[in-house]
Design a protein around this ligand. Structure first.
Ligand code: PNS
Length: 158
């Protein structure tokens, strides 16, 4: 069975993430969504909330939602997985992603990072911008799944 880990913060899941997972499933039998626990970042959504929102979008067995602390390559080794899946949006993502992919390769050259270009309809969508828009009362309809939109409205008291 071919498996890829799709790592990230998913704070929150966006339609861009959903698209990468769906397209990843055309290539891999299973996608493990690995939510990174980063003690230096204070997330808007708790880990449990993020897990639940992703599971709600992908209730089937072909997507597993998990979390990890520490290095991504260590997590991939623990999960016996050699492919990391990442989405690339604009050129601005490229440098950061190139750095991460090379650092991960330096740490473990048996683990490969695979990039998928984000669909053009989602290239400007990021969790950070979605949170900012939602915080100030802007509409995030179409940028995140409906249940994520409801959770953001709840968080920001709307
Ligand atoms: O969604 P994000 O915040 O862009 O995801 C970044 C993430 C979680 C993939 C990255 O920060 C990560 O892999 N963190 C785990 C710690 C680690 O392995 N750091 C070294 C990688 S260069």
């Amino acid at each position: 069975m071919s498996v890829a880990i799709y790592p990230g913060s998913f704070d929150p899941l966006t339609c861009g993430h959903v698209s990468i997972i769906e397209r990843g499933l055309r290539i891999f039998d299973k996608v493990i969504v690995g939510i990174a626990i980063n003690i230096q970042k204070v997330p808007l959504l708790t880990l449990e909330e993020r897990v639940a929102l992703i599971q709600q979008s992908f209730p089937g067995d072909e997507v597993e939602v998990d979390s990890f602390e520490g290095l991504l390559v260590d997590y991939a080794r623990r999960r016996n997985c050699t492919v990391l899946l990442r989405g690339l949006r604009a050129v601005s993502d490229f440098e950061y992603e190139l750095q991460m992919a090379n650092m991960n390769r330096k740490l473990d050259d048996t683990i490969e990072t695979m990039f998928m270009m984000t669909e053009e309809s989602h290239f400007y969508v990021s969790s950070r911008l979605v949170k900012e828009v939602a915080r100030f009362g802007g509409k995030v309809e179409g940028l995140v799944p409906k249940h994520v939109e409801a959770k953001l409205n709840e968080k920001f008291g709307r």
